[in-house]
Design a protein around this ligand. Structure first.
Ligand code: ATP
Ligand code: MG
Length: 206
């Protein structure tokens, strides 16, 4: 019998580690017995919050689920996902705050009025159990800038239908929202092309 090569030992060690990891994951899967919708908050300074939310829209559409999308920010231009959903997925309820808040907002009263109209659309979805997934894109800023009442938002999220999942995106948003959420991910910026002078790109940034 030949002596074990170092690479065999390494591979055995890897195998044992993987088995251990799998046992852990399997145990978690077995323990997770509850069936209900979840509240997900995607926050942090790095790129990838809204695009992750739209990834979940794709997933839900794959199972013919009913999806609602509310964007609490008026973009400089239409974003690619908005164009695509409008043209190819008429079954999706998509609403973008048409007036008011942009990144260089100046008229607080007009912003608040627009935020309230937009929130009314969101609130209706949060009461409608036919929506299995609701995206509230950039909602955190409405809380941070006090455009909308935080308690009102938290109550509507808390009292939504059992089977409904909600994804909230945006930086900040406060600890109460994070406490209420089932899943919170913070996307940390390591670097961003923009800071090296690269222009925002169609299909990547919007
Ligand atoms: P995305 O929509 O690409 O997933 P996001 O939702 O995480 O990004 P937002 O804060 O909503 O990020 O910003 C939207 C726009 O700003 C996108 O064009 C995105 O590429 C850009 N962006 C995101 N993070 C940064 C950053 N750290 N520096 C500069 N621009 C950023
Ligand atoms: Mg975003």
């Amino acid at each position: 019998m030949t002596a074990k090569q170092p690479s065999d030992a390494k591979s055995d060690k890897h195998k044992r580690a993987m088995q251990k990891q799998k046992a852990k994951v399997d145990q978690h899967i077995e323990e997770a017995a509850e069936e209900r919708g979840v509240l997900i908050v995607l926050t942090g300074n790095g790129k990838g919050k809204s695009s992750s939310a739209f990834g979940m829209v794709m997933r839900a559409l794959g199972y013919d689920q009913k999806v609602g999308v509310i964007q609490f920010i008026k973009g400089q231009q239409l974003s690619g996902e908005e164009i695509y959903l409008r043209d190819h997925c008429p079954q999706i309820d998509f609403y973008q705050m048409g007036t008011g808040f942009t990144w260089d907002t100046q008229d607080r009263d007009a912003d608040i009025a627009a935020a309230k109209i937009t929130w009314a659309k969101a609130e209706a979805m949060l009461k409608d159990d036919s929506f299995q997934l609701v995206i509230l894109d950039e909602l955190t800023y409405m809380i941070a800038y006090k455009y909308l009442d935080e308690q009102l938002i938290l109550d509507a999220l808390r009292n939504r239908p059992d089977n409904q999942s909600v994804v909230v995106t945006g930086r900040g948003g406060g600890s109460a929202l994070q406490e209420l959420a089932d899943t919170v991910s913070e996307i940390k910026e390591i670097k961003h092309a923009f800071k090296a002078g690269v222009k925002a790109r169609k299909g990547v940034d919007f």
